[in-house]
Design a protein around this ligand. Structure first.
Ligand code: FES
Length: 185
């Protein structure tokens, strides 16, 4: 109570226990507030709905990406490869006999705008990030990406062509908002 001060004789003599309780409870209350402050963002970030809202889509301006260049963007915590393909790459990707593929998919199905290939940059074998984004990287035997973890080769469409990976690299959902603005997710 406010009428009790820390120096009042009756506090020292008869309320000592109460004072200790008070200090204890105060510390407990502070602890609880601290826990509340620090745990909230953690709980909030673990909330699937909030997480989905924050991470559902990523917009990328493609105008600086020149023909023959690739960029990697992060979407939902995973790398997405975006490649501005050359005419030769498009031609090669579209000339492939789809029935010969392990995971048969046409390039037309994978790249709505042929000059832009957008794929999740994760090897479908055990989840490594394949090489091939840089000009100096190995591109595998089919001119696309190479996963050095166990030797999977992907073509210019990100389709598996050789090695242990069972599936093509995944094409995420995406929409072109303009000629050079893409929204992934
Ligand atoms: S993870 Fe890519 S080949 Fe095994």
């Amino acid at each position: 109570m406010s009428t009790h001060s820390a120096t009042h004789p009756s506090d020292k003599d008869s309320k000592g226990g109460t004072r200790r309780d008070f200090l204890f409870l105060t510390a407990g209350a502070f602890g609880a507030v601290g826990a509340g402050i620090f745990s909230w963002p953690f709980i909030d970030s673990m909330n699937p709905a909030a997480d989905t809202l924050a991470m559902a889509s990523t917009e990328v301006d493609l105008s600086p990406v020149e023909v023959g260049q690739s960029i990697t963007v992060t979407w939902r915590g995973t790398p997405v490869f975006i490649r501005h393909r050359t005419a030769e790459e498009i031609e090669a990707a579209r000339a492939v006999d789809v029935s010969s593929l392990r995971d048969p998919q046409t390039d037309e199905d994978r790249a709505t705008k042929p000059e832009w290939l957008v794929i999740v940059g994760i090897c479908t074998h055990l989840g490594c990030v394949p090489l091939g984004q840089k000009k100096t990287d190995p591109h595998g035997e089919f001119g696309g990406w190479f996963c050095p973890c166990h030797g999977s080769h992907y073509d210019q469409s990100g389709r598996i062509r050789k090695g242990p990976a069972p599936k093509n690299m995944v094409v995420p959902e995406y929409t072109f908002l303009s000629d050079t603005l893409i929204r992934i997710g």
